[in-house]
Design a protein around this ligand. Structure first.
Ligand code: XMP
Length: 515
């Protein structure tokens, strides 16, 4: 499966994961490594191609990230992007200097070498995404300039004989209109990859290798009903059947009917061969949360209690051989194990590893996949679409969508309001097109009137955001009539709600969740 590998050496650019994704979109398997990676390790991996990412530094400064000349002499094709392009020139004897103006944004690039393999099928001029201060003022010996812009004499250069390619722009960014074509040209035509990394093969090979690894062993999996843990569980179930036990903790902070939906898929009457244990721990969580209003404290309590419940169940099962984790590739990269631009979203990993559970080894079957690939694997495995395309739902669940103290009644209110909101969004055909949307319960009560009676009830807040990466977001435009319908249904159907508000705040300055 891995005989065709392209590696991305990360020099700290913000688009490192995008580069790998684009390569995988060409059906070529790709991994990200830090630029610190030893040359011997690269030789061992024996990739078909190497891509150097952008980065925030200036390559001519002494302490900037660099790589030895040897990298370009391995006989493996190399493609340098932005900083990677400048570094290639710098290391091989060209010249990189600070430009008078920063070239930034969509830029027309003219191709001056019509038969350049990287530009096969690409128009000239073509719009590319530029973001650089430094520029290549002189290419290294053996290179020829293949493209330029109004401000940049070397927008691309190549040394065809040695299969070295440099582009000043970012083909991985979608603003580079023909970027995917260029990456495809590099990995297929220049590196000679066949492009046979496909999800069906991944699924089949993963099942085989799990089977081999697990043997007759016992496997334990914490199932949340989210995409990652569901796909991981199904892979394991296909591989080892009832040697797998899934523990699903219902903390009473799930969306309406969600616990039953998870049970319907994974339980004894469900679709898969596995042992399913549902722990109805609602009361335990509500008790622990009583009187607690501070968001981080709530997160901590929910995370810890989750671990305790899981631990108790695991003890009942006794020693297990393997513990399954739904880790996916961005988690690996972001925790600094893969690339260079490490950001850890600590609050997103509430609870951490249950280190008290007696197990011998961890299995992370999705460790190499991006989220969209996990979804593809899910579809390949026949997991219901509704589950595969589920919106992100935070580990602490409705606990962080109820501002202030969490009570059973408030949970019921927000569940009902949210269910109405989702129903109407689906009916309006908007269900799939918006990144994330939900109802939250504000801690505000206000005066209203219903059937001639004064009310003093809660305000529900509706949120809907468009986002690519959930790091930034904008409030989505939901048609007035949909919001109107949702509002009137919520105030009519959900007890103790007399106002509904729509949150127009972006992130930043807001966050997506309310706490
Ligand atoms: P924020 O609220 O930080 O959310 O803008 C960004 C994305 O992360 C999810 N999120 C969480 N997920 N545990 C999780 O597993 C958490 O504590 C948590 N907080 C936020 C949120 O739903 C959104 O998709």
């Amino acid at each position: 499966m891995r005989n065709e590998l392209v590696i991305v050496l990360d020099f700290g650019g913000q688009y490192n994961q995008l580069v790998a994704r684009r390569v995988r979109e060409c059906n070529v398997y790709c991994e990200i490594y830090s630029y610190n990676m030893d040359i011997e390790k690269i030789k061992e991996l024996n990739p078909k191609g190497i891509i150097l990412t952008g980065g925030p530094n200036s390559c001519y400064e002494t302490d900037s990230p660099t790589y030895s000349r040897e990298l370009f002499e391995l006989g493996i094709p190399v493609l340098g992007l932005c900083y990677g392009a400048q570094l290639m020139m710098h290391v091989l004897g060209g010249k990189v200097e600070r430009a008078k103006v920063r070239e930034y944004g969509k830029t027309e690039v003219s191709i001056s070498k019509a038969d350049s393999e990287i530009f096969t099928g690409v128009n000239t001029p073509t719009v590319c995404w530029m973001s650089h201060f430094d520029y290549i003022s002189q290419v290294a010996p053996g290179f020829e300039v293949t493209a330029f812009t109004a401000d940049c004499p070397v927008a691309a250069a190549e040394n065809k004989d040695n299969s070295l390619y440099a582009v000043q722009f970012h083909p991985e960014v979608l603003h580079t209109v023909e970027g995917t074509k260029m990456i495809n040209n590099f990995v297929k035509d220049i590196c000679g990859c066949a492009g046979d990394w496909k999800m069906d093969a991944f699924v089949e090979e993963t099942i085989q290798s799990i089977r081999k690894k697990v043997g007759k062993g016992k496997v334990l999996c914490a199932l949340s009903g989210g995409v990652d843990s569901s796909v991981a569980a199904v892979l394991l179930s296909k591989a080892v059947g009832a040697q797998l036990t899934c523990v699903f903790v219902d903390h009473g902070l799930l969306r309406k009917n969600e616990g039953d939906e998870v049970e319907a898929v994974f339980g004894s009457d469900g679709l898969y061969d596995l042992n399913f244990i549902r722990v109805n721990a609602q009361d335990r969580f509500y008790q622990k949360l009583a009187g607690i209003a501070e968001p981080e404290e709530k997160r901590k309590i929910i995370g810890e209690e989750f671990i305790r419940v899981f631990e108790e169940e695991a003890r009942k099962i006794g020693t297990v051989d393997f513990l399954v984790q739904g880790t996916i590739y961005p988690d690996v990269v972001e925790s600094g194990l893969g690339g260079e631009s490490a950001v850890i979203k600590s609050h997103h990993n509430v609870g951490g590893l249950p280190d008290y559970v007696d197990f011998k080894e961890i299995i992370e079957p999705l460790r190499d996949l991006f989220k969209d690939e996990v979804r593809k694997a899910g579809l390949e495995l026949g997991i219901p679409e509704k589950l595969v395309f589920r919106q992100p739902f935070p580990g602490p669940g409705l606990g962080i969508r109820i501002i202030g103290e969490v009570t059973e009644e408030k949970v019921r209110i927000v569940q009902d309001a949210d269910a109405i909101y989702r129903e109407e969004m689906d009916a309006a055909g908007m269900g799939k097109s918006i990144g994330q949307y939900f109802a939250a319960l504000t801690n505000m009560r206000s005066v209203g009137v219903m059937g001639d009676e004064r009310t003093y009830d809660y305000a529900v807040a509706l949120r809907a955001v468009s986002t690519v990466d959930f790091m930034t977001a904008e409030s989505a435009e939901v048609p007035w009539e949909v919001l109107h319908r949702v509002t009137s249904r919520i105030v009519n159907e959900v007890n103790h709600v007399n106002r509904v508000m729509y949150d127009l705040t972006g992130k930043p300055p807001g966050t997506i969740e309310f706490e």
